[in-house]
Design a protein around this ligand. Structure first.
Ligand code: SGN
Ligand code: CA
Length: 757
């Protein structure tokens, strides 16, 4: 990770990207000296915090988990009231186009800490471990003289760095009687309700533990309203006897969009658990409606808490079960019951959250801190509140893509501001640094929001036109496939690498995203434009999917082969490994007899998976395929699917190949690598895909070092004298037949021997 800062004289410290460019633009136009003066005035404004206080402003960042904007009254909720949170909108600004970069917990938090997209900060999926040695805004604020504190949910696998004080929930944490990990590594159990306790601890730090001579940043991070949506005892009866309105897409049949939508496991209909989600006790009956997970939260409660809980739920549960057992409820009615149970619990947890936001604001009022403190309320991503029949998040549809963002900064933000500027969680870090007057490192990808704060509700010229989003956590709970995309003010394009499908939504005509118009001729120019913006944004943010480890574990056959391969790898004792895609896997198909002849007695392992691109090989090699595989020679041939599927730029694919070589170097240092040029494909020498492979080969041949890596291009072995690819060797002009495998084996044999096999 590049930890370098901009050289001190390279730009004015404290200027944001937006501010810098407007400043420089002005500098380049001497006809408008007023603009120069305006630019200088802005520089002065940033360097001399003049917001009516001596000290740079404090920052209180109140952050919840899975709180959707549909459940905040300031955002127009139809289902609840949040007076505490709304106070921030009334006294400050509300951003209606606030988005996450990756709609899942740990990744969103990593984006916030670093100001960088997931593929750069390295935390792409829950369960990974955040590299706490990288530059984060709390560390930079410490350098700038701030006191930094964090209380509550963290969920990044490693301990927090950059905080003078922290106390965190282990993993997801609990609602009832939560444990908090202390800075010395011990765990402390607190009796009571998590949302209250986190606020207590945060207020205690504010009140007693911080150094009051210094500005501070406090991150107060709640578990609520995360699954399994367990309300505080005092809110158990909220919404009693009331029906919460249903979203219009509760019974979505997923037509008109990618078939992948049906594959996820986050429906109220099919993936709602008897105890855990529905809060039912007893035998888990009705498997057609409920899955079987019990309510772990209930197990943690003390007797009083359990009694209060049962008093509330049991009457309603028994009434429901009676009707269900009597066969009186249609599938539709069962789903409606589940929705009510789900949404009421979700909103009840928000009631406590909202009270605690109000508590913190009151504390600031009572301690003369309001005027010089920026308060932000946000949540790690949005959530489906029954829209599309779902709970959970992950998909790039509006409900989970959006993050609440409300901010109050007295004297700077005009009360009641409502901004439509497109902002993202990668913007928070540069914003905090800007607020503190600290330099913003060059490699931060987000932009400071301070110009938006100061600019009333107007979107400054040059503000971003589109955001980039990427989700990586496939083959995990809820089974949502990998996808990425762009969203502009009006449109959203999503790309699913699996199946290589595009989806396009017109958010004005179809705000609920019920029909993809990617195949509609009328939208052709829009799709093309968004695809270009997608490619450009990926370049701008340095997204090279060829180098980003990706599993295909959501494809059953692949998962099975991967598990079997890991099993074989564990056994060890290999002298030769073949690493690649279907052409390599084909040693078990069309090439079987040839393999028997050449390699059966030479302790060889086949690490080829049909359809793999470099990113999949990277995933496999770093997650088990090489466990005890330390061969004398590894034959690597990969990249033709990066070409065939995506016609990916040769330089990007070459980087993917380079990453694979690095992994091999690192994991099996004594292995010699025989790097093969990607085989020719397509009939003629000027075939577009053939040429792409030629261009990749031109680059990867340079990885030859004659020591560890030996490059060999055997493409000629398959071509005729006119460089035509004969179907007698590659019947489909991509895959080899037996004759082709024989030529492959013969062409590399001398090299294998030379390398010590
Ligand atoms: C848990 C939840 C999931 C949720 C993930 C991620 N199950 O696994 O429903 O999608 O966390 O949530 S639970 O029953 O254990 O609550 S995240 O907010 O941490 O990303
Ligand atoms: Ca979350």
């Amino acid at each position: 990770m590049d930890q370098s800062f901009a050289p001190p004289d390279s730009k004015t410290p404290g200027l944001t990207e937006a501010r810098r460019s407007s400043f420089l633009d002005a500098m380049q136009i001497p006809r408008f000296p007023l603009l120069i003066l305006a630019g200088l005035a802005l520089v002065w404004a940033r360097q001399e915090p003049c917001h009516g206080a001596q000290q740079p402003p404090n920052i209180v960042f109140i952050f919840s988990d899975d709180h959707a904007v549909q459940a905040i009254s300031a955002y127009g909720s139809r289902i609840n009231q949040t007076p505490g949170i709304d106070r921030l909108a009334r006294e400050g600004a509300l951003f209606v186009n606030s988005f996450c970069a990756n709609s899942i917990c740990g990744p969103s938090r990593a984006c916030i800490l670093t100001g960088k997209h997931s593929h750069i900060n390295g935390f792409r999926r829950n369960g990974e471990r955040f590299d706490g040695s990288q530059v984060t805004f709390p560390k930079l604020l410490q350098k700038a003289g701030y006191q930094t504190a964090l209380v509550g949910k963290w969920h990044l696998g490693t301990n927090p760095t950059g905080f003078h004080y922290w106390e965190i929930l282990p993993g997801q944490g609990n609602y009832y009687n939560p444990d908090l990990i202390q800075m010395d590594g011990t765990r402390k159990r607190y009796t009571g309700y998590c949302t209250d306790i986190i606020s207590d601890r945060a207020i205690k730090w504010l009140d007693e533990d911080r150094d009051k001579s210094k500005p501070f940043v406090l991150m107060c991070q709640h578990k609520a309203p995360h699954r399994n949506w367990s309300p505080a005892p005092r809110h158990l009866d909220l919404f009693d006897g009331k029906e919460v309105p249903e979203p219009s897409s509760l019974f979505d049949d997923y037509s008109g969009r990618s078939a992948l939508l049906k594959e996820n496991e986050m429906t109220l209909k099919g993936h709602f658990h008897w105890g855990h989600d529905a809060k039912l006790h007893g035998d888990r009956q009705h498997p057609e409606h409920f899955q079987s997970l019990g309510n772990r939260e209930y197990q943690r409660m003390n007797d009083d808490q359990k009694a209060a809980w049962d008093r509330q739920y049991e009457k309603e549960n028994q009434a429901f079960l009676k009707q269900l057992n009597a066969g009186e409820l249609s599938d539709r009615e069962v789903l409606q019951w589940k929705y009510q149970r789900y949404i009421k619990d979700y909103l009840r947890t928000i009631a406590a959250l909202d009270e605690n936001v109000a508590r913190i604001l009151d504390y600031l009022d009572q301690n003369n801190l309001t005027e010089n403190t920026i308060v932000i309320y946000s949540s790690d991503q949005g959530f489906y509140l029954g829209e599309h029949g779902w709970y959970d998040k992950r998909w790039m549809f509006e409900e989970s893509l959006k993050m609440p963002f409300l901010v109050r900064w007295p004297g700077v933000i005009r009360p009641g501001t409502r901004s439509t500027a497109m902002i993202q969680n990668i913007d928070y870090a540069p914003t905090f640094l800007d607020v503190a007057g600290a330099p913003i490192p060059e490699d931060i990808q987000g932009r400071s929001l301070v110009p938006l704060f100061e600019n009333d509700s107007r979107v400054p010229t040059g503000w971003r036109d589109a955001i980039y989003y990427a989700y990586y956590e496939n083959d995990a709970v809820h089974e949502v496939p990998i996808h990425d995309g762009v969203r502009t003010q009006r449109y959203k394009a999503m790309f699913f690498p699996r199946g290589r499908q595009w989806q396009l939504f017109d958010l004005v005509r179809d705000p609920e995203e019920m029909k993809s118009v990617h195949e509609d001729d009328a939208y052709r120019p829009i799709l093309l434009g968004l695809q270009q913006r997608y490619r450009d944004l990926r370049k701008f943010y340095q997204v090279n999917s060829a180098t980003i480890p990706m599993t295909r574990g959501d494809e059953a056959w692949w998962k099975k082969r991967n598990q079997a391969t890991n099993q074989k790898a564990r056994q060890g004792g290999y002298d030769l490994a073949f690493i690649g895609d279907s052409i390599t896997q084909g040693w078990e198909g069309g090439g079987k007899a040839v393999w028997e002849k050449h390699y059966a007695t030479r302790n060889a392992i086949n690490l080829g998976f049909s359809g793999d691109r470099t990113e999949h090989v990277i995933w496999r090699l770093t997650r088990g395929n090489l466990r005890n595989v330390k061969p004398k020679v590894a034959v690597v041939m990969i990249g033709t699917n990066n070409t065939g599927h995506l016609l990916q730029e040769p330089a990007e694919v070459a980087d993917g190949v380079r990453t694979i070589l690095d992994i091999l170097r690192h994991q099996t240092p004594d292995t010699k690598i025989l790097l093969l040029g990607i085989f020719p494909r397509g009939a003629t020498p000027l075939d577009e895909k053939r040429l792409n492979n030629v261009a990749i080969n031109q680059l990867i041949r340079r990885f030859h070092d004659g020591e560890k890596v030996h490059y060999l291009d055997i493409g000629h072995a398959f071509l005729d004298s006119e460089s035509i690819l004969p179907t007698s060797v590659m019947p489909d002009l991509l895959h080899l037949n037996e004759e082709g495998y024989e030529r492959w084996a013969r062409a590399i044999e001398p090299k294998l021997v030379e390398l010590g096999l």
